[in-house]
Write a protein that binds this ligand. Structure first.
Ligand SMILES: NC(=O)c1ccc[n+]([C@@H]2O[C@H](COP(=O)([O-])OP(=O)(O)OC[C@H]3O[C@@H](n4cnc5c(N)ncnc54)[C@H](OP(=O)(O)O)[C@@H]3O)[C@@H](O)[C@H]2O)c1
Length: 285
């Protein structure tokens, strides 16, 4: 079903989702009729109003404008910081008292559905609550999006949300909400780990003689190619690493440095994920 979307918060994540959906909509035309965006920050609203005058994006200055729409959006994405979630939902509820089966999808890290449902429970309307954890590559339709909705979520509502997010990358449905912490550590924060690695490679390559432009483009092409090879071959990353690593060759020399006894790379990565999971749990409590 083609739907109308309302997004609360047009910052980093809300913005990536909007750009991803607008790009996909250009190709498919069937994802949604329009996106309505509300952000409490006037500068953010103005930025969107200036940048996208010809797109099917309506930036409203006040939620009251929802009452003037021909069709009220029934799929709502909440993309505000975790500590702003309650205020954002409370500001929205008065406009949804007569609607039923509105899907509210929160992307806020660490805010459980139980809490979201408790906030929505003050409304006379019926809000179906789901959580999503997208990552920033949704902007180029290559994101990873974990979705969770418990068994009170009607199948039609889940399907509507899954279809929307599938346009932005790979969607996975979590069987347990507690898995969000590891998904956040792996896929939400993951692009930053890859960027940090690329940053280090680029900087070192420049120190050893490449121009900054070459270091950037070659690092990027290498990462893209490495990911494409794992995608195409029915091999694990470990098998492909072995293929690249000839005994006593250059790769082995480098991997020995990365796996020094005191802090071998797999242990460092494990510790990094553990730190991210712990932080996600702290944010939730
Ligand atoms: N960034 C990521 O990679 C990522 C990944 C996964 C999930 N997330 C989640 O996405 C959410 C948003 O993160 P972000 O990095 O996009 O934050 P952000 O850049 O600060 O964007 C949030 C925007 O929402 C506005 N806002 C605050 N309260 C609002 C309300 N009641 N109604 C409408 N707009 C409101 C903010 O305005 P002000 O600036 O004036 O407060 C800001 O412009 C977070 O909960 C985060 O956990 C982020």
């Amino acid at each position: 079903m083609v739907t109308n979307l309302l997004i609360l918060g047009g910052g980093n994540m809300g913005g990536a989702l909007i750009r991803g959906w607008l790009k996909t909509q250009k190709k498919t035309k069937t994802l949604f009729n329009s996106i309505v965006l509300f952000d409490t920050n006037r500068d953010t609203r103005e930025k969107w109003q200036k940048k996208t005058p010809t797109e099917p994006l309506l930036v409203v200055d006040d939620l009251h404008d929802l009452n003037t729409l021909e069709t009220k959006p029934t799929t709502i994405v909440l993309a505000v910081k975790p500590d702003g979630v309650a205020d954002a939902i409370n500001s929205l509820l008065p406009y949804y008292e007569r609607e039923s089966d509105t899907c509210l999808i929160s992307v806020a890290a660490g805010v459980p559905t139980k809490r979201l449902r408790a906030i929505c429970a003050t409304s006379k309307g019926r809000m179906v609550v789901l959580r999503a954890m997208p990552n920033l590559p949704v902007e180029v339709a290559q994101g990873v999006i974990a979705l969770y909705g418990d068994d009170t979520v009607p199948a039609a509502c889940y399907d509507r949300v899954a279809r929307l997010f599938s346009a932005l990358g790979t969607v996975t449905r979590l069987s347990e909400e507690s898995l969000f912490d590891v998904i956040t550590a792996l896929c939400g924060s993951g692009p930053a780990y890859v960027y940090a690695f690329m940053e280090g490679l680029e900087e070192a390559a420049v120190r050893y003689g490449l121009s900054p432009a070459d270091a950037r483009s070659l690092t990027l092409a290498m990462v893209r190619g490495a990911a494409a090879l794992v995608t195409e071959k029915a091999c694990s990353p470990a098998q492909l690493r072995n293929h690249v690593t000839s005994p006593r060759g250059t790769t082995q020399a480098a991997l020995e440095v990365l796996n020094r006894k005191k802090a071998p790379l797999p242990q460092l990565i494990d510790a990094a994920l553990k730190a991210a999971i712990k932080r996600a749990q702290q944010l939730a409590s």
